[in-house]
Design a protein around this ligand. Structure first.
Ligand SMILES: *[C@@H]1O[C@H](CO)[C@@H](O)[C@H](O)[C@H]1NC(C)=O
Ligand SMILES: *[C@@H]1O[C@H](CO)[C@@H](O)[C@H](O)[C@H]1NC(C)=O
Ligand SMILES: *[C@@H]1O[C@H](CO)[C@@H](O)[C@H](O)[C@H]1NC(C)=O
Ligand SMILES: *[C@@H]1O[C@H](CO)[C@@H](O)[C@H](O)[C@H]1NC(C)=O
Ligand SMILES: *[C@@H]1O[C@H](CO)[C@@H](O)[C@H](O)[C@H]1NC(C)=O
Ligand SMILES: *[C@@H]1O[C@H](CO)[C@@H](O)[C@H](O)[C@H]1NC(C)=O
Ligand SMILES: *[C@@H]1O[C@H](CO)[C@@H](O)[C@H](O)[C@H]1NC(C)=O
Ligand SMILES: *[C@@H]1O[C@H](CO)[C@@H](O)[C@H](O)[C@H]1NC(C)=O
Ligand SMILES: *[C@@H]1O[C@H](CO)[C@@H](O)[C@H](O)[C@H]1NC(C)=O
Ligand SMILES: *[C@@H]1O[C@H](CO)[C@@H](O)[C@H](O)[C@H]1NC(C)=O
Ligand SMILES: *[C@@H]1O[C@H](CO)[C@@H](O)[C@H](O)[C@H]1NC(C)=O
Ligand SMILES: *[C@@H]1O[C@H](CO)[C@@H](O)[C@H](O)[C@H]1NC(C)=O
Length: 689
């Protein structure tokens, strides 16, 4: 009979082994909050993923244990004993489909990023339940429907980006409760109605971009009390009210005011007290009256073209940073002083009566009709390095670093698609160096490590560019390591750059890992399974066998036995004594001594049921101790039945049970220690690691 028992055991173990091996991570798993795992599976199921970016999201797997693509978890478990999902970053992955309401279950999320995909449907109101959310990034999709009022509950939200979608309906007044918000980008949608004056409560708001919508009503004068407002961009809307409120002269920190094509009437208010105004675009409105007599000395751009402005042109000779002054198509008839502007300023006066005044010398050169091409003409071509072609790989992924201190340093750059959404300048070339310093300093790099591969102006105006970041030349590596790639990505994807109103807000368009970086994602998933984990798998296989055997036994033999309820640890009796042949009953104290009080250095594995420790008994016998976790505790009766069963299993290839401990609500099994996995070799027949 004993050979039959052995054979049965082999079958059971093989089955368990297969179950475990098909999802080897499972033993290492179930450390993530199950309701979050459930939510993520539901996120995946409601998406269409043609490029299979989410293939690592497997039912039965664990997001935090097995590095699901785009998921970042907190490093330490919460008081509930689980790990929680901290970030969901699915930028530019060709995802379509919808956002599931179950996103609301990711209750500790700080970053929700679906930028540049093709999602449709509406924004689920349940996102308003994620009270920890800091960045909500849904721009560049096909989302429609209304903005849910519930988003106003997100009191920790720093950044709300829903621009470039098909969102309709009004801006909810409840957004006045976004008490930490600094950046609201809702441009390029179909948002309509009045801008709620209640938003003047947003005392932290820095950038408000609502351009390219169908907003109507008036510009709220109440906004003049927004203490931190730097950028107000509302172009291409249809306001009907009394024009630009006089009170906006009190927006003392404003850097950019852009109200192009907004159907505004009335006159331009005094803006001279806005010390840091860099960019003023009020073109294509129906503004009348005189030009503002003075503006901030640091202004780069003044565009007041296509209005009904009249009177004279003041002297702008103090505006030493000026790049572009467009006053074309107004009713300006005279000029105060000379046309005395700093070099390289684009001045346009065409379409004004002043152009017909023969008494003003040299005026005619500024009166030619707009050639239009001068912004988009600003492009950059890279200086080429002359080095031995042979010594840099000929593929597209490596190249010589142009301004590297080490000559002919050949390296693989990281390529980043990047766009300035609302820059406060009109020409980039004079600011390229400043920009390179700004970016590299924020990334803690030297400025030679950044190369602007190309840039071009787009409608908006926005400035699109492709950046290349090179590894440092001095540590003999031709590429960044995975830690660095992750660090750099984090800085870009979570907007850790210090605020800069001159360059304005940016958007990350792509951060695609190419060439030698392409494997980086994959590598981390192909780690060898460690010995500790193998020990856990083996022990789990045994546990699995035991569970099956005991399930069968229990159902057949003790059919009528009632399962006692799972009791919380503290309610269990202090000590249970029971005599089982050949199996020792250990006290809790003995186990504590053997494992040095469950010292983490003695831990050799972990599974859904709990942790496995290596212990040394007073007689120097080495044992493996399986300690059940709270959620895995069985009824006492079942546990003892299991021990009885286990005590009868003897096989040359099977670790045998040495003892157990049931005390202080703990359930622990003590096995003979299996030093190097004879069972594993026997089961698999091949060496894996
Ligand atoms: C989670 O943390 C608690 C302490 O906060 C600790 O008692 C518990 O063992 C931890 N659980 C896991 C699975 O690490
Ligand atoms: C994925 O997206 C890129 C750009 O967003 C596009 O060029 C490409 O065609 C898309 N691929 C598929 C399979 O949809
Ligand atoms: C959102 O939170 C509220 C209370 O905070 C709760 O009543 C509601 O059920 C939650 N909704 C979802 C979908 O989780
Ligand atoms: C802000 O929240 C409070 C309750 O927290 C609510 O009474 C109020 O109406 C909200 N404000 C707006 C403008 O919705
Ligand atoms: C926003 O809309 C305007 C006008 O339709 C368009 O010219 C511009 O390119 C759009 N911007 C983006 C980022 O799509
Ligand atoms: C600016 O604010 C001051 C008080 O803070 C107020 O007296 C003044 O009228 C405001 N100016 C405008 C133009 O609203
Ligand atoms: C204007 O620019 C100068 C030098 O470029 C700078 O020192 C000054 O702080 C700027 N003024 C404001 C108000 O930003
Ligand atoms: C130009 O600057 C000078 C001194 O910096 C100042 O006295 C003068 O009033 C300014 N002119 C204008 C028109 O602002
Ligand atoms: C004017 O522009 C030319 C070419 O764009 C440039 O070489 C020159 O340095 C600029 N001058 C100033 C003062 O910015
Ligand atoms: C980023 O996207 C653009 C097109 O949107 C593409 O031309 C470029 O190659 C992409 N860059 C990377 C590094 O994928
Ligand atoms: C990755 O590179 C950084 C900087 O070059 C270095 O400090 C770090 O030790 C490297 N990490 C690994 C794991 O090699
Ligand atoms: C997950 O990623 C972390 C850090 O990137 C790495 O240490 C760990 O081994 C990875 N785990 C798996 C199962 O790939």
């Amino acid at each position: 009979m004993s050979w039959m028992r052995s054979l049965g055991c082999v079958f059971v173990l093989s089955y368990c082994y297969l179950v475990l091996q098909t999802d080897a991570q499972i033993t290492d798993a179930q450390i993530t909050d199950p309701s979050e795992v459930d939510a993520l599976i539901s996120v995946k199921n409601s998406l269409v993923d043609p490029m299979k970016h989410l293939s690592s999201w497997k039912k039965g797997g664990d997001p935090c244990a097995s590095n699901w693509t785009g998921i970042f978890c907190f490093d330490t478990n919460a008081t509930d004993g689980y790990l929680h999902v901290r970030e969901l970053q699915l930028l530019n992955m060709n995802l379509s489909g919808r956002l599931t309401p179950k996103l609301g279950q990711l209750s500790r999320l700080t970053i929700l990023d679906f930028m540049w995909n093709e999602l449709d449907g509406s924004i689920p109101k349940e996102i308003g339940n994620i009270s920890s959310l800091q960045l909500l990034l849904l721009n560049g999709n096909k989302l429609s429907g209304f903005l849910p009022d519930e988003l106003g509950y997100l009191s920790k939200l720093d950044r709300l980006q829903v621009d470039k979608n098909y969102i309709s309906g009004p801006i909810p007044a409840s957004f006045a409760n976004l008490s930490s918000v600094k950046h609201i980008h809702m441009n390029n949608n179909s948002i309509r109605g009045q801008i709620p004056p209640e938003l003047s409560k947003l005392s932290t708001l820095r950038h408000l971009l609502l351009d390219n919508n169908i907003l109507s009503g008036y510009l709220p004068p109440e906004f003049s009390v927004l203490p931190e407002l730097r950028i107000l961009q509302l172009d291409n809307n249809k306001f009907i009210g009394p024009g630009i409120p006089d009170t906006y002269g009190n927006l003392s920190k404003l850097a950019k005011l852009s109200l192009r094509n907004c159907s505004l009437q009335g006159s331009i208010p005094g803006l001279s007290s806005i010390q840091n105004l860099l960019y003023l675009d009020l073109s294509k409105n129906e503004l009348s009256g005189p030009l503002p007599p003075t503006l901030s000395d640091n202004i780069t751009t003044i565009d007041l073209s296509d209005n009904h402005l009249n009177g004279s042109i003041p002297s702008f000779s103090n505006l030493t940073s000026l790049q572009r002054l467009d006053l074309s198509n107004n009713s300006l008839s005279s000029i105060l002083g000379e046309v005395n502007l700093p070099e390289n300023v684009t001045l346009r006066l065409g379409g004004n009566p002043i152009c017909h005044d023969a008494n003003i010398p040299n005026i005619i050169q500024f009166c030619e009709p707009e050639d239009g091409g001068d912004q988009t003409a600003e492009r950059r071509t890279n200086s080429k390095v002359t080095c031995d072609v042979q010594s840099c790989p000929t593929d597209d992924f490596f190249e010589y670093v142009a301004s590297s201190p080490v000559t002919c340093f050949c390296a693989a750059p990281l390529r980043i698609g990047y766009r300035l959404k609302s820059p406060s300048f009109s020409y980039f070339t004079p600011h390229v160096n400043q920009f390179e310093k700004y970016v590299t300093r924020s990334l803690n790099m030297s400025s030679y490590q950044l190369s602007i591969d190309s840039f071009f102006w787009e409608e908006g105006p926005r400035l699109r560019m492709y950046l290349k970041l090179f590894p440092p030349a001095n540590n003999h590596s031709t590429m960044y390591n995975a830690t660095e790639v992750q660090r750099i990505r984090d800085i870009f994807a979570s907007w850790q750059f210090p605020p800069n109103d001159f360059f304005g807000p940016y958007e990350l368009l792509n951060f695609t890992l190419l060439g030698p970086y392409a494997q980086m994602n994959v590598e981390s998933h192909k780690e060898c399974i460690s010995k500790g984990v193998w020990a856990a798998i083996i022990l789990a296989a045994i546990a699995c066998a035991v569970v099956i055997i005991s399930a069968i036994t229990v159902s057949i033999i003790v059919r009528n036995a009632r399962y006692s309820q799972r009791l919380p640890r503290k309610n269990l009796p202090l000590t249970v004594q029971m005599k089982i042949d050949g199996v020792e009953s250990f006290t809790f104290k003995e186990i504590v001594l053997a494992t040095d009080n469950f010292n983490s250095s003695t831990q050799i594995g972990q599974g859904g049921y709990g942790k496995v420790y290596r212990g040394v008994l007073p007689d120097k016998t080495v044992v493996a101790i399986k300690r059940a976790e709270e959620g895995s505790l069985q009824g006492e009766k079942e546990f003892l039945t299991e021990i009885q069963l286990l005590s009868r299993l003897h096989h040359r290839n099977l670790v045998s049970l040495a003892g157990y401990c049931v005390e202080r609500g703990e359930q622990m099994l003590v096995y003979e220690f299996l030093p190097n996995g004879t069972l594993r070799d026997w089961l698999s027949g091949i060496k894996i690691c």
